[in-house]
Write a protein that binds this ligand. Structure first.
Ligand SMILES: [Mn+2]
Length: 326
């Protein structure tokens, strides 16, 4: 049975004794990242601290656009000169902090994360790769520091869990601790019903049509063990949506019989390509390691990379890499 390891007393003392904090998460923040930043910041506020949240963005997606104003885009010299403690959540590598990585490099940094790949960075770390979400790691912190979890905080903690668990779908056997923690959050007033609406609703028609196009473009390789789809530059003119259809796309393509790996290529410019990686739960294929070899990172079953090359070249290289590994 899995239990969370204790948090180093050294880390807890830093949080108790420092007065000013900056809470940072990764670029292109997802639900777990932003919820972790907000829950972490609430924890420190409840301890009477001064807290700033920062994220390099973008905040384009409809479900997070309203949060943009709560996050600094830069750490100015004035703030830096007061030597705040930096708390980084849900982020496995400094590159994933975007331009903020450079701005915080001289400050003391504590990392709370659940990603399995990526280099070790930061001054102190509490990394639990088996935690379903980073928010559940932050929940451990509330308990270790004896700070009350209010309903609003419980909603942040649940939302991060909901995003990263695909709403309970990605939880394995013998992981009852996850459900017990989530049950506590529901007893604090969180409605899973409402959380599901918040997670999946509010999309535009353009989003649904874009998703349809990406499914239509999907191709199968290596006797159906790999499926890929791609998005080209012109799509952003044809389909007006700020939402990423990738999560829905992955679950559609992974539902095809025999599929082990799904790759989604997104042309960002003629020389930059974003790649999303997923592997099926029956497969042993480690997409986190594959993404890492292309300069990205993530988990065994879900990962991403931004490659500074044309989409055609990236596609050819990845097809070859997957073929060699399958
Ligand atoms: Mn996460």
């Amino acid at each position: 049975m899995f239990t969370y390891p204790p948090i180093d007393e050294e880390i807890l003392n830093l949080l108790r004794t420092r007065e000013e904090f900056i809470v940072i998460g990764h670029i292109s923040p997802d639900g777990d990242c932003l919820s972790s930043q907000m829950a972490m910041s609430s924890l420190l506020l409840k301890m009477g601290k001064t807290v700033h949240m920062a994220n390099a963005g973008p905040f384009d997606r409809s479900e997070i656009a309203h949060l943009r104003a709560d996050f600094l885009n830069h750490i100015d010299e004035n703030l830096k000169s007061r030597d705040p403690l930096v708390v980084v959540v849900d982020c496995s590598a400094p590159e994933r902090l975007g331009h903020l990585a450079q701005e915080i490099k001289d400050l003391t940094t504590v990392i709370f994360d659940h990603h399995s790949s990526g280099e070790q960075f930061g001054t102190y770390r509490y990394i639990v790769s088996r935690s379903v979400s980073t928010t559940l790691i932050i929940m451990q912190l509330y308990q270790a520091l004896g700070v009350e979890i209010t309903q609003g905080i419980a909603e942040h903690l649940f939302f991060g869990f909901a995003t990263d668990s695909g709403f309970f779908r990605f939880i394995n056997a013998y992981r009852g601790e996850t459900l017990r923690m989530v049950a506590d959050l529901v007893d604090l007033g969180v409605s899973p019903n409402m959380m599901n609406d918040r997670m999946t609703g509010g999309k535009s028609l353009g989003y649904v049509k874009y998703l349809g196009k990406l499914i239509d473009r999907s191709e199968s390789y290596f006797e159906g063990r790999l499926m890929i789809s791609s998005s080209c530059l012109e799509d952003s003119e044809t389909y007006i949506t700020t939402d990423k259809p990738s999560d829905a796309l992955y679950s559609m393509l992974l539902s095809v019989k025999g599929v082990e790996v799904v790759l989604f290529f997104k042309e960002i410019s003629a020389t930059v390509t974003e790649v999303g990686f997923r592997s099926s739960h029956q497969s042993n294929f480690d997409v986190g390691a594959l993404a890492e070899s292309f300069g990205g990172g993530g988990h065994k079953k879900a990962a991403g990379a931004t490659v500074q090359e044309n989409i055609k070249i990236v596609k050819a290289k990845l097809l070859k890499a997957v073929e060699d590994l399958l």
